[in-house]
Design a protein around this ligand. Sequence first.
Ligand code: NDP
Length: 480
Amino acid sequence: MIKIANYINGEHLPAQSENYLDNYDPSTGKVYSLIPESDALDVEAAVAAAKKAFPKWSSCGVEERYRIMNRIADLIGENMEELARAESRDSGKAISLSRAVDIPRAESNIRFFATAILHFGSESYHMEGLAVNYVLRQPIGIVGCISPWNLPLYLFTWKIAPALATGNCVIAKPSEMTPMTAYLFSKICVEAGLPPGVLNIVHGLGPKAGQAIVEHPKIKAVSFTGGTNTGKILARTAAPMFKKLSLELGGKNPNIIFADCDFERAVRTTVRSSFANNGQICLCGSRVYIERPIYEKFRDELVKRVKSLKVGNPFEEDTVQGALVSKQHREKVLGYLELAKEEGGSILCGGETVSPDGEYSEGYYLSPAIIEGLPNACRTNQEEIFGPVVTLQPFDTEEEALELANGVQYGLASTIWTQDIQRASRMAEKIEAGIVWINCWLLRDLRTPFGGVKDSGVGREGGMEALRFFTEPKNVCVRY
Ligand code: NDP
């Protein structure tokens, strides 16, 4: 049985309590490794290590930080297959997805911020004849990065890369449900020569180890991705301590399809935007609005294609839908399917547990579900399910589509399918979301601002936004 270790001061250590938590393989439903159950004592040790490492790391120069981070990215690339298999084992996702998306993106995250820091400048303001102001962008010091289970190494690296590039030392906690690739990553950091204490990884439960990070007075900023309710707890804890906080939270994203869309591309992409990673991506569109003239045609084609997606053993090359992340999560999604029926919805396909043969028979599989006949205001259409479930609703006008799309508490991403660029631009302006994709989905440029409005979060990640978050601006005014 693999024993995962914390990574503190460059060493791999058990939790000080010496307690372990079981780590389940969602594809088989069996425990396959052990996770250190860390607490405030481990966070304290990590902070002490980070404090010691900070003066050197923050002043070693951007070229040195670039060199080490670029080496880390190289090593992710060299260990791609091992990391992809580990990611699929830990999270249940199809190996094809880990290979094509999760691990390549983790490599890109590190490389992107390693190079971005070489080009990071700051403003200056000239007061003619009087003075010049220039802005120093200095690292904050010790920062916390807390990430969720749906895109484990992908989101973990998305946070720590800008934090490290800007010269901060980091205390990071991956989700207790998917700790494995963060552990393998810590070994890569040692091999790449990252100095001890610059990055510290503390494994364990959110309310214990995660909370200890947020509460620690020496951790001055926290970047968090996770659920909206957890985000509220973080905000309550961090606000009286005046910590800088970036919150990337839940979503209930609309996917708006007009009758003049490129039908084939729209339907093909909607299969993906609805069900990629079993719908366990914060950017997946879970409310599909279809203009009435093509409602039946689009619905029937979508159902036909979704029925043909292969659900099962994530390690088979042609599997599209692996297992959901945990037994509890599958139960939560099944609960929502029951609720949808009570609320008057018809399940057009899916929503059934699947039991493959042999050692995978106890895994947490669920066939992708499409529901129609529900009003926008019902709970199924208002609450984040975060599983392989979408609802379909027809609409008649642009105004109605907008009202339906904006009629939830969330505002993360949205997708609009139309050939009419005027309409697409009008909609993009009025839609309440941090991200609008027109005639595409999940097309990501790492330089763009990333984040949500309303209950989907506060602040932006990505590109310069992330580098700004992890630095404090200091204005220096020089009188002539
Ligand atoms: P959670 O909010 O349950 O957990 C996120 C992280 O926070 C985990 O590492 C968790 O640890 C930790 N945590 C839990 N409680 C606390 C606490 N009190 N203090 C500090 N840390 C804590 O989210 P999930 O892991 O369930 O992830 C799914 C959610 O993430 C969905 O709502 C999804 O929409 C959202 N998400 C948002 C994205 C965005 O960019 N906006 C992107 C991806 C996902 P542990 O797991 O060990 O409990």
